[in-house]
Design a binder for this molecule. Structure first.
Ligand code: BTN
Length: 286
């Protein structure tokens, strides 16, 4: 296992951010960086705190799936945020992380990373980054006393915080068969190793910039053109797996609330909300 490019010292040395990841808690092995971020949040850790690891023994993916997290190869981290917004706007944070990850991969490796709505980053149609966002609420008693950074209290006195967990397939050399068709790594795409701390630092810097834009604009309107420019599904034929009934159409872009605009055959346009459905390409994963 080679962790020279990815440990507390190497990652801290690369960071150029003002607040994102400035408090960094790195572990060689953990159950999940979500569990670490959760514990840190309960102890009053500030907005922007990051829990990162070289290996996860119980990495979590979306829809209750596992996130395979072998040692010495990839990036696994969770950033703790204490945004001052309403829960309906939270999907925008996930889109913001996807935009940051795609930009960082492009900057550091020159690879043509794109975003599969809402929040997978893909290269040549295969997934390279997975993102999972969770909103948590703590009753007042579980919060460390005297922490200014304890977070925004709701009207009921509960403290809310958000955790965005991100996994990047960096130097992984192979994937088991069921995944091989739809997952890839930077190593497989470039044929060489990528420095994980440099990529992590670029990712957090792009995230911090985009997050500040999101806050200043009070929504996604300012980030939308950049997101749409990297949208892999744009103008492609998609199948929307809606529990109310599946349908097909052509993805046209997103709304300022982060919904996917899908044009149906009759010319009507449906706004697809990320929480309810998943979207598949007709001819492949994207
Ligand atoms: C997905 O299913 O696409 C989301 C995957 C999210 C994986 C990351 S790795 C760091 C963080 N810790 C976890 O247990 N999961 C997320």
């Amino acid at each position: 296992m080679d962790t020279r490019d990815w440990n507390q010292t190497a990652a801290s040395a690369c960071l150029r951010t003002g607040w994102a990841g400035r408090e960094l808690h790195f572990k060689e092995v953990t159950d999940s960086t979500f569990a670490d971020a959760d514990r840190l949040a309960a102890a009053g850790a500030p907005h922007g705190t990051v829990a990162a690891a070289d290996r996860q023994e119980a990495g979590r993916g979306r829809r209750g799936r596992d996130w395979s997290s072998p040692a010495g190869e990839n990036i696994y981290f969770t950033i703790l945020l204490r945004p001052d917004w309403e829960p309906e706007q939270l999907p925008l944070l996930t889109l913001t992380m996807a935009l940051a990850a795609a930009r960082a991969v492009r900057e550091v490796t020159g690879q043509p990373a794109l975003i599969k709505w809402p929040n997978d980053v893909v290269i040549r149609g295969k997934k390279i980054v997975g993102i999972l966002t969770e909103l948590k609420e703590l009753p007042p008693a579980r919060i460390s006393a005297g922490t200014e950074e304890g977070g925004r209290a709701g009207t009921d006195g509960h403290q809310r915080f958000v955790m965005i967990g991100t996994g990047v397939n960096v130097n992984q050399k192979e994937f088991p068969e069921p995944l091989r068709q739809k997952a890839t790594s930077l190593y497989l795409e470039t044929g060489g190793r990528t420095d994980r701390s440099a990529l992590f630092a670029a990712l957090l810097q792009h995230f911090e910039e985009a997050y500040e834009r999101l806050e200043a604009d009070g929504g996604f309107a300012g980030l939308r053109p950049a997101y749409e420019a990297l949208l892999a599904n744009r103008d492609s034929h998609v199948r929307v797996l809606d529990p109310q009934g599946e349908y097909e159409g052509t993805a046209r872009g997103i709304t300022d609330r982060g919904e996917l605009l899908v044009e149906r055959q009759d010319g009507s346009v449906t706004e697809v909300y990320a929480g309810e459905v998943s979207v598949r390409g007709i001819y492949g994963y994207v």
